[in-house]
Design a protein around this ligand. Structure first.
Ligand code: MRU
Length: 355
């Protein structure tokens, strides 16, 4: 992967940059220690960057794929102005294989497949770039709306707990769960954030704490195992997380550890909010049991900070997402509003498909 540095001070708004007809991805594997970008000039590099976690977070993965399809179309059209629509199918399959759980990836691919079918003959790049940028811009705007809806649920002032990273680094900007926290902080409803460190990739420690610190929002890191004790200690009234896929019945797949957080929250009377755009809701997936859960290599758990921590020969189980049953979720917040006590009927109604 080709990495480069820009001169300016990097922020979470730099997550995905389309510049000089190529895609630059802020390399999230090395933040906050280093602020460098991975350059993607073709779809292969984009798919590899998604798999390698250069870019991560459900909406950001969908947006990266969108720009990757623009790069694919450019190359396929140059090779064959008449056969590019057939050739690009292979590229869509490459992107679809990059990570399995976040449905935003498949949602973006489906939108492009439709757009490609409707395009007139001729060079498709400009039109497809317009679509990628529209998806990117809409995600930012949706997150602001979601932030306002989510904040309205929080009767502050209170501390909240969050898990993984759901901010500008995981989206087109502002964030989903972190967007709610940002909006609620601006309104004085949230005064303090406990961020789970989120083993093994440490998205909480490396990314969420970095984003909140830059916004001057008081944040304290806790190890994942401290969340229940933190709730028992009092002062926390909401746990707020994002989602990688929400099934038709309201079950939520999100970063491993979310399920345990929801169980602990219910036990302690802490309310549990999931903030995610409607592109994360997958009506084609009936329940959480049907959501494909990504398993990554054991080495991610066996090492910490590049150092092996378990003795040689020890193996690890490394599912990187888990499923929280809808019954443990108090509210799902989308850009369209709030779904309290989510179930199949409430979700269908929210999407305008109710009876
Ligand atoms: O493995 P990751 O870092 O891509 O997982 C990210 C998460 O689980 C987030 O909580 C989720 O994508 C929502 S991001 C707005």
């Amino acid at each position: 992967m080709k990495t480069i540095r820009f001169e300016h001070r990097v922020t979470a708004d730099d997550t995905l940059r389309w510049q000089d007809n190529r895609l630059y991805l802020l390399d999230q594997r090395v933040l906050p220690a280093d602020e460098r970008f991975v350059e993607c000039t073709d779809v292969q590099a984009t798919a590899e960057a998604i798999t390698a976690m250069v870019v991560r977070g459900a909406p950001a993965i969908g947006i990266a794929a969108a720009y990757g399809i623009v790069l694919a179309a450019r190359e396929r059209y140059a090779q064959s102005p008449t056969g590019w629509r057939t050739g690009i199918e292979q590229d869509l399959a490459t992107l679809a294989a990059s990570r399995p759980t976040a449905v935003n990836l498949f949602w973006a691919i489906a939108r492009f497949r439709e757009a490609i079918a409707d395009l007139p003959d001729g060079d498709p790049e400009a039109k497809l770039l317009e679509l990628a940028q529209a998806i990117h811009d809409a995600d930012r705007a949706d997150n602001r709306r979601m932030g306002a809806f989510g904040a309205s649920l929080i009767e502050g002032p209170t501390a909240v707990i969050t898990h993984c990273n759901t901010g500008g680094l995981a989206t087109g900007g502002w964030g989903t769960a972190l967007g709610v926290i940002r909006s609620a902080f601006a309104e004085g409803r949230v005064t303090h954030v406990y961020a789970d460190e989120t083993r093994p990739w440490l998205q909480g420690a490396r990314l969420t704490a970095w984003e909140l610190q830059r916004d001057d929002i008081p944040v304290q890191l806790i190890v994942d195992g401290a969340a229940a004790a933190r709730m028992a200690a009092g002062g926390v009234s909401w746990a707020i997380v994002g989602a990688d896929r929400i099934a038709a019945n309201g079950d939520v797949a999100n970063k491993i550890g979310t399920y345990g957080l929801a169980v602990a929250a219910r036990h302690h009377g802490v309310r549990f909010m999931v903030a995610a755009p409607t592109s994360t809701i997958d009506l084609a997936t009936a329940t959480g049991a049907d959501i494909p859960i990504e398993q990554r290599e054991a080495g991610e758990v066996l090492r910490c900070g590049g150092q092996r921590v378990a003795s040689d020969g020890v193996d690890a189980w490394n599912p990187v997402f888990d499923v929280t049953p809808a019954s443990l979720v108090d509210a799902i917040v989308t850009e369209r509003g709030i779904i309290e006590k989510p179930d199949a009927a409430a979700i269908s109604m929210h999407l305008g498909r109710g009876d």
